[in-house]
Design a protein around this ligand. Structure first.
Ligand code: NAD
Ligand code: 6OD
Length: 519
C-alpha cells in the first residue's frame, strides 16, 4: 500500500475508534450513534451539558472533531458544592488502604482503555501515536499507581518534647485533606499533567474540580468515565470545561469555596490566577514556563548527547515545559555539535500523528503556530543564522490546513536577544559556544525562569559540580526527562511556586495538624 494510503487508513482506523469509543460522556451512555460529538462536564457523578459549546480542533488538519460543552458560572458553583458535600460524605470514611485500592482501580481503568486514551490524545493534540503510547498514557496510569503506593508509606513527624522544668509531651502530626482542590492544566501533555495532580489529591482524601485546557478536553472526558466506572463516589471528581478569563477557569479560581489551587501553564497565566486567588487567600502550587539550558562539555559522550538533546529539543514538537531551548557547547565541539543536531533535525519525520513512523506532529493551534513562526522571523531580525528550518512545511495534502512548523536550529544570537530569552514552546533551539565552565554556568543561569537544565559530560566531578550551581528545579546529568515520581518537581523564578512529586505532593494536598499531648 502506498504511504499516503497507509496514512489515511491508519488515520481512519483511529478516527473510527475515537468516534465509537471516546466521544461520549452522558451518564455512561455513548453518543457514538449521533453525528455531533459533545464532551460534557462531569458534576456530582453526572455528565451534564453547559449552555454553550465550542469546537475541539484537530491540529493535524484543522478539522473540527467534536464540540465541547462550556460550563457556566452556575455549573462551576455546582461542581464546587458537589465536591464540598462529597468531603463530608462516604469519601471521608475511605481509609488510606481503601483510597489506595481505588487509585489502583483507576490506573487499571486507564490501562483497560489504553487505545481509547491514545486515540483521544492523538486526535486532540496532534502528537505522534508513538509518543502518546509510550509516554502520555502509560504515565497517566503510573501517576495513580505511584501515589497509591506513596500514600500508604507517607512519613509523618513526631517528637518527644522535654521542657527544662521536667514536663514532657509527645508531638505528632496527622495528615488531613486540604479540602476542595481546583486543578487547572495545559494542553501539551493533557492526561499526564492532569493525573499528576488528581492522583495525589485523591490519595490525600481531597475532592477535586478539574478544568483541562480548552484545546484538549478529550482525555479528561475519558478519565471522568474511568472514575465513574471505578466507583469513585459522586462529587469526589468533577470536571468542568471552558476557557480561562470570564469562563470556567476564572469562575473556579475566584470561588471562595475552593481550598487550594494547583496550576500548570504559562507564567503570565500563573500571575493572573495568583491575583484572583489572593482575594480569598488560598494556597497555590504553580508549575509554569521555562527557557531551559543544556550545557555540553567537549568530553561528553557525543552520540548519547546528540540523541538526548534531539529529544530534549524536539519531543512533542518542542511543546514540553522541560525542553531545552538554549544549548551551550564547549567551543572545540561547537561546529561538530551543530552539524550533528542539524542532521537529526532534518531526519525528523513530520507526518500524520496516527502514522507510527511520525516523530513530529503539528503545534497545538493556529494561534500557537503564528506565535512560533513569529519567533522564527524575529530570530532573523535579531541577526540569527538559521542552521535549518525557520518556516512552515508544505505537504500537498490535508496537513497544509494543520499547524505544522519546521524543526529549527538557530545560532549567532546575542544573549540579550528575545529569542534567546523568551519561551517559544516550539521545535527550536539556539546553540552558542562557551570557553569556560564558569561562563557556561553564568549564561545558563542568566534567565528569569528556573525550571530545568541538563549537563552533558563524562567528567563525574564536573557533572556534579556544575549541576549543583544551576538555578533550576530539576537538573539532569547525561539524560533528559528521566522521571522518578518520588522526586521533587517544580521551578523557581517565573517557572513556578512550590514543588510537587512524592512527599512534596502529599504535603501540598494535605493540611497537617500537630497534636501535642502532655505526658
Ligand atoms: P495557559 O497558561 O495558556 O493555559 C493553561 C490553563 O490555564 C488552561 O486550562 C487555560 O484555560 C487556563 N487559564 C488561562 N487563563 C486563565 C485564567 N485567567 N484563570 C484561570 N485559568 C486560566 O498555558 P498553555 O498554553 O495551555 O500551556 C503552555 C504553557 O504551560 C507553557 O508556558 C509551558 O511552559 C507551561 N507548562 C509548564 C509545565 C511545568 O510543569 N512547569 C508543564 C507544562 C506546561
Ligand atoms: O513529568 C512530570 O511529572 C511533569 N510534571 C512534566 C511536565 C512537563 C511539562 O511540559
Amino acid at each position: 500500500m502506498p504511504q499516503a494510503a497507509k496514512n489515511f487508513y491508519s488515520w481512519y482506523c483511529v478516527w473510527q475508534l475515537f468516534k465509537t469509543r471516546v466521544l461520549c460522556c452522558s451518564d455512561g451512555e455513548s453518543t457514538a450513534d449521533k453525528s455531533v460529538k459533545i464532551f460534557q462536564n462531569y458534576i456530582d457523578g453526572r455528565f451534564v451539558r453547559g449552555p454553550r459549546e465550542f469546537p475541539d480542533v484537530n491540529p493535524a488538519d484543522g478539522s473540527v472533531i467534536a464540540q465541547v460543552s462550556e460550563a457556566d458560572r452556575n455549573q462551576v458553583n455546582e461542581a464546587v458544592s458537589a465536591a464540598r458535600s462529597a468531603l463530608r460524605g462516604e469519601w471521608r470514611r475511605f481509609s488510606v488502604p481503601r483510597r489506595a485500592e481505588l487509585l489502583q482501580k483507576i490506573a487499571a481503568g486507564i490501562e483497560a482503555r489504553f487505545r481509547d486514551f491514545v486515540a483521544a490524545e492523538v486526535a486532540d493534540t496532534g502528537k505522534p501515536v508513538s509518543l502518546a503510547s509510550k509516554v502520555d498514557i502509560p504515565r497517566g496510569a503510573a501517576n495513580f499507581r505511584a501515589f497509591a503506593d506513596l500514600i500508604k508509606t507517607a512519613p509523618l513527624e513526631s517528637f518527644r518534647t522535654e521542657m527544662p522544668d521536667g514536663a514532657a509531651a509527645l508531638n505528632y502530626a496527622v495528615r488531613n485533606p486540604l479540602g476542595v482542590v481546583g486543578i487547572i492544566t495545559p494542553w501539551n501533555l493533557p492526561l499526564l499533567l492532569l493525573t499528576w495532580k488528581v492522583a495525589p489529591a485523591l490519595a490525600c482524601g481531597n475532592c477535586v474540580v478539574v478544568k483541562p485546557s480548552e484545546e484538549t478536553p478529550a482525555s479528561a472526558a475519558l478519565l471522568a468515565e474511568v472514575m465513574q466506572e471505578a466507583g469513585v463516589p459522586r462529587g469526589v471528581f468533577n470536571l468542568v470545561h471552558g476557557f480561562g478569563p470570564d469562563s470556567a477557569g476564572e469562575f473556579l479560581t475566584s470561588h471562595a469555596g475552593v481550598d487550594g489551587f494547583t496550576f500548570t501553564g504559562e507564567s503570565g497565566t500563573g500571575a493572573a490566577i495568583m491575583r484572583t486567588v489572593a482575594a480569598n487567600v488560598k494556597p497555590v502550587s504553580f508549575e509554569l514556563g521555562g527557557k531551559n539550558a543544556a550545557i555540553v562539555f567537549a568530553d561528553c559522550d557525543f552520540d548519547e548527547t546528540i540523541a538526548g538533546l534531539t529529544d530534549a529539543v524536539f519531543m512533542n514538537t518542542g511543546q514540553v515545559c522541560l525542553c531545552a531551548e538554549r544549548i551551550y557547547v564547549e567551543r572545540p565541539l561547537f561546529e561538530r555539535f551543530v552539524l550533528a543536531l542539524k542532521k537529526k533535525a532534518e531526519a525528523l519525520r513530520l507526518g500524520w500523528p496516527t502514522d507510527e513512523t511520525t516523530t513530529t506532529g503539528p503545534l497545538i493551534s493556529k494561534n500557537h503556530r503564528e506565535k512560533v513562526l513569529g519567533y522564527y522571523q524575529l530570530a532573523r531580525n535579531e541577526g540569527a543564522t538559521i542552521v535549518t528550518g525557520g518556516g512552515a512545511p508544505h505537504f500537498g495534502d490535508g496537513r497544509d490546513h494543520g499547524f505544522y512548523v519546521e524543526p529549527t536550529i538557530l545560532t549567532g544570537l546575542p544573549e540579550s536577544a528575545r529569542c534567546a530569552r523568551e519561551e517559544i514552546f516550539g521545535p527550536v533551539c539556539h546553540i552558542a559556544p562557551f570557553d569556560t565552565e564558569e561562563e557556561a554556568i553564568a549564561k545558563a543561569n542568566d534567565t528569569k525562569y528556573g525550571l530545568a537544565a541538563s549537563v552533558w559530560t563524562t567528567h563525574l566531578k564536573r557533572g556534579h559540580r556544575v549541576a549543583e550551581q544551576l538555578r533550576a528545579g530539576i537538573t539532569w546529568v547525561n539524560c533528559w526527562f528521566l522521571r522518578d515520581l518520588r522526586t521533587p518537581f517544580g521551578g523557581m523564578g517565573l517557572s513556578g511556586i512550590g514543588r510537587e512529586g512524592g512527599v512534596h505532593s502529599l504535603n501540598f494536598y494535605s493540611e497537617l495538624n500537630n497534636i501535642c499531648v502532655k505526658l
